[in-house]
Design a protein around this ligand. Structure first.
Ligand code: ZN
Length: 466
């Protein structure tokens, strides 16, 4: 940390956050930095205490959950810890959309921050939480990012989605200009440099390289696929002039084939993170680089496998097994998410303490969205991740890929090949789609680059629906 970084971290930021704004974020951060070294038993006890607080509140003040408890014949104290949570049903995404009023607390906590998920997967989900939950979210983020060397006041490059462009060309209002100024000033004091990753042509990527050379960031925070594109560009141009810069990847999946170019372009400190808008950061990779630790003090994260013809039975995924992410937010009392299936799939991690010394449980990897389901010629559902699994073994020949299934069920497989892509690789891909997508016409397209959505994300599996 340089002199400004130390001044910011020790003086400016505490004075602002704790003194002027009276925000408890840094106090929460100190707590989380201490609890992360506790034993699993101690962490489970902390989690159970927070869970009981949430469930008692939900039973007393949240109509949706009161009804669920009564239907199940349960009282809040019947659930003593995370291991008993499975006695309550899973909250599906659609159900979460339809129960906004019933899940809003009538007392005990009030919604102060409202957000919604982007509607790319269908109707957006509206949700809310109280300000005290926001402070915990920020503290969790600071702890997780801290594992990669990020700290407030560090010179950081944020290669991130810029959101939709503004429409029209009328002059912004005074209030809007003031807001923009405040955001810019705040970022300058924090030394955060933001670059929109939405367009990633050669000229834009060259500009990012120039910014890295000029600003010398101590850490890069990026959309995973944007960071991978940047890394490949750096390697193609032979543009690396820097030592190791830790890279924090988020918002998108980091594919196995992305890690190697990122390590060559920025050094071995590549950290994947995983979160969702509803609860923010869920897990972060530590410097042992062996899975992502979940934030057990503020969340209960389950990886759940459905069984039975209708998927009516559930059980916890075994280590190494793929399942659905089911999350309970222990800090949101205003509009609780209890056993919420957020639509993502993850592989349950190894049990036991990590090489880094933390006992916080791990996800082995986060694989993508449940809704990325393809259909074969008979209409049977096919896991959209079938190509991920095969292509993970073809990383030497395939930079990137995207699977698109049209409304008429035809599939386009787009591949950004490397120089070693040849007919034998094409044969492996062909065998894969003949096996899994029987009866579906599949077109292979070799392309130079893949399209990016307006939000700056690149979807690996796209299913076009009516
Ligand atoms: Zn670890």
């Amino acid at each position: 940390m340089d002199a400004y970084g130390q001044f910011y971290a020790r003086v400016l930021n505490p004075a602002w956050e704790t003194g002027l704004r009276r925000r408890p974020t840094l106090r929460h951060l100190r707590y989380l930095e201490e609890t992360q070294w506790r034993s699993l038993d101690e962490l489970a006890a902390i989690q159970a205490g927070e869970l009981r607080r949430l469930l008692r509140h939900a039973f007393a003040n949240v109509p949706h959950y009161r009804a669920l408890f009564e239907k199940a014949g349960l009282r809040p104290d019947d659930i003593r810890g995370a291991e008993d949570l499975a006695r309550l049903p899973i909250l599906e995404r659609d159900r979460a959309r339809d129960t906004v009023d019933e899940r809003t607390a009538t007392a005990g906590a009030a919604v102060e921050i409202r957000k919604s998920t982007s509607g790319t997967m269908g109707r957006p989900l509206v949700f809310g939480y109280e300000r005290s939950s926001e402070f915990w979210r920020q503290a969790c983020k600071l702890r997780g990012y801290g594992w990669a060397g990020y700290h407030p006041g560090a010179r950081s490059l944020h290669y991130w989605g810029g959101g939709p462009p503004s429409v029209g060309n009328e002059a912004p209002s005074f209030a809007k200009r003031l807001r923009t100024f405040k955001v810019r000033a705040d970022r300058a004091v924090r030394r955060e440099h933001y670059v929109d990753c939405g367009r990633r042509g050669a000229a834009e990527l060259d500009a990012v390289v120039a910014i890295i050379e000029r600003e010398q960031p101590e850490v890069i925070v990026c959309y995973s696929q944007a960071g991978a594109d940047l890394a490949r560009h750096v390697l193609e141009r032979g543009a690396r002039t820097w030592g190791t810069i830790p890279v924090l990847c988020g918002a998108e999946r980091l594919l196995p084939a992305d890690r190697e170019p990122m390590e060559r372009a920025f050094g071995p400190a590549v950290f994947e993170t995983y979160g969702c808008r509803e609860v923010m950061l869920i897990s972060t990779e530590c410097d042992a680089h062996d899975g992502q630790h979940v934030s057990m003090e503020t969340l209960v994260v389950e990886v759940v496998v459905r069984e039975g013809a209708q998927g009516e039975k559930t059980r916890p995924a075994r280590p190494g097994e793929l399942g659905e992410v089911v999350v309970t937010d222990l800090t949101n009392l205003a509009m609780p998410f209890i056993r919420y299936a957020n639509g993502d799939l993850a592989v349950a991690g190894k049990p036991g303490t990590c090489a880094c010394g933390r006992a916080l449980p791990r996800l082995a990897s986060v694989e993508g969205r449940v809704t990325e389901t393809l259909v074969d010629g008979s209409g049977a559902r096919v896991n959209g991740l079938v190509f991920n699994v095969v292509i993970a073994h073809l990383a030497h020949a395939i930079h990137q890929f995207q699977v698109v299934q049209r409304k008429d069920r035809s599939v386009t497989l787009r591949i950004v090949p490397t120089a070693t892509f040849d007919a034998s690789i094409e044969g492996v891909l062909r065998a894969t789609w003949q096996k899994y997508l029987a009866g579906i016409p599949v077109t292979l397209e070799l392309v130079d680059e893949l399209p990016i959505s307006k939000s700056g994300k690149r979807q690996v599996v796209v299913v076009e629906r009516d």
